[in-house]
Design a protein around this ligand. Structure first.
Ligand SMILES: [Zn+2]
Length: 345
């Protein structure tokens, strides 16, 4: 009896050994086919997966999304285990989404169509995700754009002092302010051939760019003159208070900045030629629309972007940001708010 048991035991050991041996002899590709993959997919997987990572695939469940993940242009080899783990828990998630969510290190969020649409947005900002989900305007593009511009807050709420270290690219709007004692150190006075206003100062870099731009425009028989450049905190305070007295606070807020919130205090903004809507119909405006970015200036408060910038369309108000940024803003058709949120902040 004992002998028989020992013999059976030995037979089991031998057949088990043979099984393990033959199976380990099977190529990775053959094992994939055993899992259910067709020959073509098995071929792709075995070509793209590192020898060390083969077991990750063999230990995960059959899912043809794996092929899409491996061939995605944003696939990162080091993240393979994370992709597979996420896929195992979110079986309906498209490969593109899995790549995104893992690469962004947001795997604590479960797959949903809404999340997929948000992460596919060009200007999606990871740190804003919770705010996107809370704000949610139904349309992912609108949600991302508006939250990036802080529109999930009311104007003049959740305000912070702007980051002065951003220098030429500092932002001043209804969410970012300058202190009452802020005055740029390098203001220069524009000569009368470049100026028609009482606020005739700009920061050196902006003044030089403005003069260069005005000189170029002159060659095209266009006259560009600064009508209002740097404005101090106190000047802006008086200006705003007078508008409030005249039109009331609500109306004044649509076209005039509260003290500390005016871009004119940066010394990087200039109102050109005439501060009224008729400026839109001038040759000077047409020239600026086509050329200002080449000199580092952007139209700061464009038409149809009033909610993003917080201001009515101002065809006369230009902001110096330097030529590289101005070109990008021009080409991508962004407001400075959108640019700042995505590229600078
Ligand atoms: Zn202005």
């Amino acid at each position: 009896m004992k002998k028989i048991i020992i013999i059976i035991f030995i037979i089991i050991l031998i057949t088990g050994g043979i099984f393990i041996f033959t199976n380990s002899k099977k190529s990775f590709q053959e094992k994939l086919i055993d899992m259910g993959y067709n020959e073509k997919d098995a071929n792709v997987i075995s070509t793209l997966v590192n020898k060390n990572d083969e077991n990750l695939i063999l230990n995960s469940k059959y899912n043809t999304n794996i092929v899409d993940i491996l061939t995605n242009k944003n696939y990162k080899e080091d993240n393979l285990k994370l992709y597979l783990d996420y896929l195992n828990e979110n079986k309906k998630a498209p490969s593109n989404f899995i790549i995104n969510i893992v690469n962004l290190n947001l795997t604590e969020y479960k797959y949903s169509k809404k999340l997929n649409n948000l992460t596919n947005e060009k200007y999606f900002i990871k740190d804003n995700l919770k705010r996107y989900l809370n704000y949610d305007k139904g349309n992912a593009n609108k949600t991302v754009t508006e939250v990036n511009c802080n529109l999930d807050y009311n104007y003049y709420e959740n305000v912070q002092e702007t980051d002065l270290a951003k220098d030429n690219l500092m932002i001043v709007n209804k969410f970012y302010y300058l202190k009452n004692d802020f005055e740029p150190e390098d203001l220069v006075t524009l000569d009368d051939i470049y100026n028609i206003g009482t606020n005739n100062k700009l920061r050196k870099v902006a003044a030089e760019a403005f003069m260069k731009m005005a000189d170029a425009a002159k060659l095209d028989n266009i006259s560009l003159k600064n009508a209002s450049g740097y404005r101090s905190y106190n000047y802006q305070a008086t200006l705003y208070e007078n508008y409030v007295k005249r039109d009331g606070k609500e109306a004044a807020d649509t076209y005039s900045a509260r003290a500390g919130y005016s871009e004119h205090q940066t010394g990087l903004a200039t109102d050109i030629n005439q501060i009224n809507d008729a400026f839109e119909n001038t040759d000077a405006f047409k020239w600026l629309s086509e050329n200002a970015y080449k000199y580092g200036f952007i139209l700061r408060y464009p038409k149809d972007k009033e909610n993003l910038t917080g201001y009515k369309y101002e065809p006369w108000h230009y902001r110096y940001v330097g030529t590289t940024v101005a070109k990008q803003i021009y080409e991508e058709d962004l407001t400075f708010e959108e640019y700042y949120a995505y590229y600078i902040n």
